[in-house]
Ligand binder design. Structure first.
Ligand SMILES: [Zn+2]
Length: 465
């Protein structure tokens, strides 16, 4: 009897040891996803037709593999990944690579100089163009289908590029570039973007997150770093205009390439920056995408130099879907919204009225009572985890996840697998202003989503010990 127990225990130990000892590999790949000109661009409430390319838009994939476990993350230079495109891309990738659907995350970087290819605004401009020209002359290609296929292709290529790697992870620090964009005003309200040097500002209504999450990959053989995941909570809207651009992460990559090697891949994951932007209200000027990218790269390079190697990788993924009830509107409100949408680009109509009409129309387009908020947690080792969340998530929620995480380094990346608008905190819902008007889910779902992420991290933390 005793012998049998001892045998069983030693058998178990062997299994654990072999899983822990299995080689850890990673591969990256970059695929161009730039739409043709003059495809519509996203980011604002007016119709913007693209006129050229400042720099190409990319899907950047990373695949991890250890033993029989694989996972993939893709970062795409677009404002949001629609549920439809994310689902198709993940299905195609799962078929091509054998990586389970639930182990694949597709996140948008939130570039405001990318394509407008889904949602209520696209539907409105599409209808208008068809009415005028008999067809949509700005959508001569099936961009959503191409995008899904290209995302899947990026994962397939990254899998082909798998090689044994060593990981290092930790945080850089930068408190110079990001600002909470919601402010308490003298009249008792909270306002988003109240304008630079506005004398009625009392103070910011929320924090920033100065931590820059870093995961560096070094080829086990050569000892040379070849890629890094960099995550920072700062809204990508620093370029403007009508030319495609990957925004400041493009300049971050340029700087990292000139520092490390020409083919270095910087995979930028947007941190939870639903209420964070680059506007310093105490000054008049604004930093350009290039300035932000190169300043961020200074901090990133400094941080990369101080990273600690990650021992004993132990790849695992957990995910959960939180069915978030949507906000409800009367049939009168829905009809009024449809009417307001006809003048959604008209600056004479109050901004928040247009935003609310857009939100109600977006909900009508979805036609559901709950939005499935999918939360994924990727464990790379007992020291490093990545969380992905859908939507434009308020910074407090990301900070709460990081603070409760059992992993010393936790990257929290937003806008993954769906773009259901802003996910504010309960506090922000009480305060109001733009982001809450442009949110679809009921108050409280942000906190529930954070709790779900924390639960998954704790489960992964427990099973690593
Ligand atoms: Zn935005």
């Amino acid at each position: 009897m005793k012998l049998r127990i001892i045998l069983a225990i030693s058998c178990c130990l062997t299994l654990i040891q072999s899983a822990a000892a299995a080689e850890f590999s990673a591969g990256v790949a970059v695929v161009d996803v730039t739409p043709p000109v003059p495809y519509r661009m996203s980011g604002y409430f007016s119709e913007r037709l693209s006129t050229g390319i400042l720099d190409p838009l990319y899907a950047k994939a990373i695949v991890f593999k250890q033993g029989s476990t694989s996972a993939a993350l893709v970062f795409v230079d677009i404002s949001g990944v629609s549920l439809d495109v994310a689902t198709k891309a993940r299905r195609q990738a799962a078929e091509l690579t054998g990586i389970p659907y639930e182990h694949i995350a597709v996140a948008a970087t939130h570039s405001h100089t990318g394509p407008l290819y889904f949602g209520a605004l696209r539907a409105h401009f599409h209808r208008q163009t068809v009415k005028k020209h008999g067809r949509d002359i700005h959508e001569e290609v099936d961009y959503p289908a191409q995008l899904a296929a290209n995302i899947a292709k990026s994962i397939q290529q990254a899998q082909k590029n798998l090689q044994p790697v060593k990981l290092a992870a930790g945080y850089a620090h930068d408190d110079r570039l990001s600002f909470n964009r919601r402010f308490h005003m003298k009249n008792g309200t909270v306002r988003f973007n109240p304008g630079q040097q506005n004398p009625n500002i009392i103070r910011a209504a929320g924090p920033i997150d100065p931590e820059v999450g870093l995961i560096e990959l070094t080829a086990a053989g050569s000892g040379k770093p070849f890629a890094a995941i960099v995550s920072f909570a700062l809204h990508l809207d620093t370029v403007g205009g009508t030319k495609y651009s990957g925004d400041y992460p493009k300049h971050l990559q340029d700087s990292l390439r000139s520092h490390f090697r020409d083919d270095y891949v910087s995979l930028f994951g947007s941190g939870t920056c639903g209420d964070i932007n680059h506007v310093d209200v105490t000054t008049r000027g604004r930093r350009s995408a290039q300035e932000i990218g190169s300043m961020l790269s200074e901090s990133v390079i400094k941080g990369l130099k101080q990273l600690k190697p990650v021992g004993a990788p132990s790849l695992a993924v957990k995910s959960a879907i939180l069915p978030a009830p949507v906000q409800q509107f009367t049939s009168e409100q829905i009809a009024a919204a449809a009417q307001t949408m006809e003048s959604v680009a008209d600056r004479k109509v109050p901004f928040l009225k247009r935003v609310e009409a857009y939100k109600i129309s977006a909900l009508q387009l979805r036609g559901v009572d709950t939005i499935p908020l999918e939360v994924q947690a990727f464990r790379l080792s007992p020291q490093v985890a990545i969380v992905t969340l859908p939507g434009e998530v308020f910074v407090d929620l990301g900070i709460a996840i990081k603070q409760a995480s059992p992993f010393p380094t936790t990257l929290v990346i937003e806008l993954a697998n769906d773009a259901p608008g802003y996910i504010p905190t309960k506090k922000a819902f009480v305060e109001g202003s733009y982001e809450t008007v442009n949110s679809r889910v009921q108050p409280g779902n942000g906190e529930k989503m954070a709790e779900t992420a924390i639960r998954l991290l704790r489960e992964l933390g427990d099973s690593a010990n």
